[in-house]
Write a protein that binds this ligand. Structure first.
Ligand SMILES: C[S@@+](CC[C@H](N)C(=O)[O-])C[C@H]1O[C@@H](n2cnc3c(N)ncnc32)[C@H](O)[C@@H]1O
Length: 291
């Protein structure tokens, strides 16, 4: 749960000569230049007076500390432009890497129309990006996106409509508890980015996390590990829902790797491994149900 890498938007910039003067004014007010440029691009495309008022409101919110992503109201995630607001976690770059790992797992499987679960879907980032990228490869996947937050599910549903991803369904459930039991043993890939920050860790993290839903971030400690409860629940139960040979791909925190590897092996998964993120931190557990 690191801060956002923001280079993804760099190629969106189209600041005109006139707007660059406004950017300079906003920098003088205390905004970082790249953020000032994004806000200008978003709120002042035509430069009319009404837009200037909207821009002023946006700048005020940013100077108060609100994350840029919520102010702009959408954010790129892999192939998608996702709507985001305070009901959902802002999708992170390391989660984009998880999607890459999940696509690799699917590529090595024989299924032609895979069934996917996205547990704790939030904005729908993981599951919808998988559907979209599989669609562009000619693979017709089906997605069950799960969250216990009704607000998050509303955002995810809207993102599915926005990107015409009609094979997604949305289930309000605490992890597997309300998912259709007939899907047990049939899922090709379970992707999850559950809460994994311990209550005790929150104070040391970026204060901007205070704007995000705490239910998306914080998990109870379990088994002597900080923030481990949701991760452990998913490892224990996912194997019952995977088809033989199906994969669990799950994001986790820096310190949780060895406990997760041990738990997955103890639970009977095979090919258990863990993948670092691009900054070299332990980040994604990958584990298969034996074929
Ligand atoms: C870290 S956020 C991940 C959001 C999104 N998948 C992403 O990667 O950007 C965790 C999500 O899990 C959801 N969540 C928390 N506890 C849950 C539970 N017991 N059952 C289902 N979803 C839960 C939260 O509402 C939140 O949307």
């Amino acid at each position: 749960m690191r801060c956002w890498r923001i280079s993804a938007r760099a190629n969106w910039l189209r600041v005109t000569g006139a707007n660059s003067t406004v950017v300079t004014e906003l920098v003088a007010l205390g905004l970082e230049r790249r953020e000032a440029r994004w806000l200008v691009e978003e709120f002042l495309p035509g430069g009319d007076p009404e837009a200037r008022q909207a821009l002023a409101g946006a700048v005020h919110r940013r100077l108060e500390g609100e994350p840029l992503q919520y102010i702009i109201g959408h954010w790129p995630f892999r192939s998608l432009d996702l709507d985001v607001d305070s009901r959902v976690l802002i999708p992170r770059p390391e989660t984009e890497e998880l999607v890459g790992v999940a696509l690799g797992e699917l590529a090595s499987s024989v299924t032609i129309a895979p069934l996917l679960f996205d547990l704790g879907c939030g904005s729908g980032a993981i599951g919808l990006a998988l559907l979209d990228e599989l669609r562009s490869r000619g693979v017709a996947a089906t997605l069950v996106a799960v969250d216990e937050s009704r607000g998050a599910l509303d955002v995810a549903r809207a993102n599915a409509r926005k990107h015409q991803l009609h094979s997604a369904s949305f289930v309000e459930s605490s992890w597997f508890s309300s998912i259709d039991g007939s899907l047990r043993g049939r899922v090709d890939l379970i992707a999850a980015n559950p809460p994994y920050v311990g209550e005790s860790e929150m104070a040391d993290l970026d204060p901007v996390l205070g704007y995000e839903p705490q239910g998306a971030l914080v998990a109870p400690d379990a088994e002597g590990e900080v923030g481990f409860e949701d991760l452990a629940t998913i490892v224990r139960e996912a194997i019952l829902w995977l088809r033989p040979g199906g994969s669990l791909v799950m994001e986790h925190g820096d310190s949780q790797r060895s406990a997760l590897l041990a738990l997955a092996e103890h639970r009977g998964y095979v090919d258990v491994r863990d993948v670092d993120d691009l900054s070299g931190r332990p980040r994604v557990l990958v584990a298969r149900r034996s074929a």
